[in-house]
Design a protein around this ligand. Structure first.
Ligand code: FMN
Length: 383
């Protein structure tokens, strides 16, 4: 195909790096040797707990019939930046080997662009040089190192009593109960969800969601859903005006995750239908602390935390790779074609993506907290 951009190729293609104070560089492909991340900007003297990293990795792993049958050990190797169980302050490289590739599944249909996946757009951008196997750099596999990096940040936040938790508030149109407005109960729900693989508050809703996923799988189809996340005990005053606001920082990270198609803070789109008298969150003093009676704005005013729980909803689309025949184009000939997908895919991503979203929120908040309090706020005492 003719390239009609006169300046095509002049820009850099290295855009897998993010962060203002805490820099993250993501690398790897689904069927390459490994996936991983380099984290630069964490203070020295922070304890690293490999068992917690592994616990988080296990929450992202596919399990049972409601997930892809690709089974990876997902063992995280710490290649640098950690010595005697503590961060050194220099770049941390986390690497996860790929062990369960079945690239032949992709060879047959390598020129057939999967609708709603990145095959066509990656081919346009990378001129056919992209690693197409298993979605290459655009695979959900790339979220494994993000969970490993997120585990370091979640641990760090926990050391300051800042807690993050999420549940699947909707899957295939089936709704879960809401998180509690009572802080004590919310704290208990967060810790319960953080120990649960399929994170749903109401067991009946959980069963119905799993049945809907199983039914979609049998029909060669897929389903999507919404994840609700909360951040508890984030102090007031965190976040920068305009471009590094809590909303702009977290939404960039959340939208970086494949299949995320919507992010809202507080009551989000519903606020647009409210009047000011309903939407405003009145301030009051409670036991010497500033609180708001309601939390329609999700704990954020002017891009800055007000001390109330941060509330975020993230919409995840149905998995693009489905087993029903689909109309597409052939990228080698640019002719119409029919695609019948092989390979192993998730009939639903939502339950596995939950821990990825928690990780992205943690990474963004650590970045903003370093901006607010300085790098050494997190550092250990000098030896
Ligand atoms: C944890 C996780 C697992 C995923 N697994 C699959 C999968 O098995 N098959 C698939 O087609 N897409 C999967 N995806 C979604 C694709 O990565 C994503 O749809 C694709 O990169 C296109 O990006 P977009 O949906 O944001 O446009 C997964 C995403 C995540 C977060």
């Amino acid at each position: 195909m003719e390239d009609n951009q006169s300046d095509a190729g002049k820009g850099t293609t290295m855009k897998s790096t993010i962060g203002n104070q805490l820099h993250l560089s993501l690398f790897g492909e689904s069927h390459g040797a490994a996936v991983g991340v380099v984290i630069d900007g964490l203070a020295p003297g922070i304890p690293v707990h490999p068992e917690f990293i592994q616990h988080q990795m296990d929450l992202r792993k596919p399990k049972g019939k409601i997930s892809t049958q690709r089974q990876e050990a997902d063992q995280v190797r710490i290649l640098s930046g950690v010595f005697e169980g503590m961060t050194t302050g220099t770049p941390i490289c986390l690497m996860i080997e790929n062990q369960s590739q079945q690239s032949r599944d992709y060879a047959k249909s390598k020129d057939l662009a999967r609708p709603s996946h990145a095959d066509y757009t990656a081919n346009e951008k990378y001129r056919g040089y992209q690693d197409y196997r298993g979605g290459g750099h655009f695979s959900g596999r790339l979220t494994a190192p993000l969970v490993a990096a997120g585990a370091l940040c979640l641990d760090l936040l926990k050391s300051k009593d800042i807690l993050i938790g999420s549940h699947l508030c909707q899957v295939a149109g089936i709704e879960d109960d809401s998180f509690s407005a009572d802080f004590k109960q919310l704290k208990e729900e967060i810790s319960r969800m953080n120990e649960t693989y399929f994170a749903v508050l109401n067991p009946k809703a959980q069963q119905k969601m799993q049945e809907a996923i199983e039914q979609a799988r049998k029909q060669g189809d897929s389903v999507g859903g919404v994840v609700e996340s909360v951040v508890l005990h984030l102090p007031a005053g965190v976040g920068e005006p305009f471009f590094h606001s809590i909303e702009s920082t977290l939404s960039q990270l959340l939208f970086s995750v494949g299949a995320v198609k919507g992010v809202e803070f507080g009551d989000g789109f519903a606020l647009a239908r409210m009047t000011g008298s309903k939407a405003n969150d009145p301030f009051r003093m409670e036991n010497g602390r500033v609180v708001t009676s309601t939390n329609h704005n999700g704990g954020i005013n002017g891009g800055i935390s007000n001390g109330m729980p941060i509330r975020i909803k993230t919409a995840i689309k149905p998995t693009p790779s489905i087993y029903q025949p689909q109309q597409t184009i052939n990228l080698a000939t640019y002719e119409n074609a029919e695609l019948k997908i092989e390979g192993r895919h998730d009939p639903c991503i939502v339950h596995r993506a939950r821990v990825v979203l928690d990780s992205m929120i943690a990474i963004g908040l650590v970045d903003l907290l370093i901006e607010r309090y300085g790098l050494m706020w997190f550092a250990g005492d000098p030896k």
